[in-house]
Design a protein around this ligand. Structure first.
Ligand code: GLY
Length: 257
């Protein structure tokens, strides 16, 4: 409902959306839409969402609890594809600005159903770190099909039954004022944990020394057949990494493990 409150212009009053947030990515070639797998990120610093907003302190995928409201995770993905992604892509096409690329739908799952809170024309961070490891279809082929208008020839992307959890290692002081330039150690030991890999975000080599160059430094990604396994792997690995003043949340994906 839009109402004018100020003499200088309109103020848009938006419906308050209460419920868990879900990120779902779609590939589009301007016409055909193909969904990826849902993920949830943890936007606030500190366990229990007690800290300030950040770029994202961790994430997990898929979201088994979606089955409670939608019957299955696939049914949720189908519903969002039909009611959100396809109409948006069709409207952009009608407008003469076909959307070719990665559509990120930020959704709130309210008691009344799915609501859109935002769209981004990019992959999400840190959701991408746990969606792509589960993707079994070739990402390169999907991106090429989106870029060349041949997504219709691509079957729906297939995802592993394995789950993935990522925990972000952040610098001291992040997000207000991150302390940078500190040495990072233990990455080889961390990456040697079964089912774990590390993605770098704000790191650089100074000679032979790896240093942190920003707020969110790296992501430790744990995969496994269950959330209990994937998250214990991620936390076993992050405990091996040294960064003076480094901080991470200890409750990523705790509610599903
Ligand atoms: N995960 C939030 C974003 O990428 O905007």
């Amino acid at each position: 409902h839009a109402e004018t409150y100020l003499p200088t212009g309109a103020v848009l009053i938006e419906e308050f959306l209460s419920g868990p947030e879900v990120s779902l990515f779609f590939l589009s070639d301007g016409d055909t839409v193909r969904p990826l797998s849902p993920a949830q990120d943890f936007k606030r610093a500190l366990d229990g969402d007690q800290g300030p907003n950040t770029g994202g302190m961790g994430a997990y995928s898929p979201l088994p609890w979606l089955a409670d409201q939608f019957g299955s995770v696939d049914a949720f993905v189908d519903e969002v594809t039909e009611t959100v992604a396809k109409p948006v892509i069709a409207e952009l096409d009608r407008d003469g600005s076909p959307f070719i690329g990665l559509l990120y739908a930020g959704l709130i799952i309210t008691e009344q159903g799915v609501r859109v809170i935002e769209f981004n024309a990019r992959f999400g961070d840190p959701e991408t770190q746990i969606v792509l490891p589960r993707l079994q279809t070739s990402l390169a082929e999907l991106l090429m099909a989106a870029a060349t208008g041949t997504l219709e020839d691509q079957p729906r992307p297939v995802f592993s039954d394995d789950v993935a959890v990522t925990v972000v290692l952040a610098s001291e002081g992040y997000p207000a004022s991150a302390v940078t330039g500190r040495e990072i150690t233990g990455l080889d030991e961390a990456a040697a944990v079964e089912g774990v890999h590390i993605t770098h975000a704000a790191t650089a080599l100074e000679g032979d020394t790896l240093i942190a160059t920003g707020g969110r430094v790296l992501n430790v990604v744990g995969t496994g057949s269950t959330f209990a396994i994937a998250r214990s792997r991620a936390y076993e690995a992050i405990a091996k990494i040294g960064l003076e003043g480094g901080q991470f949340r200890t409750d990523i994906a705790a509610q599903v493990a």
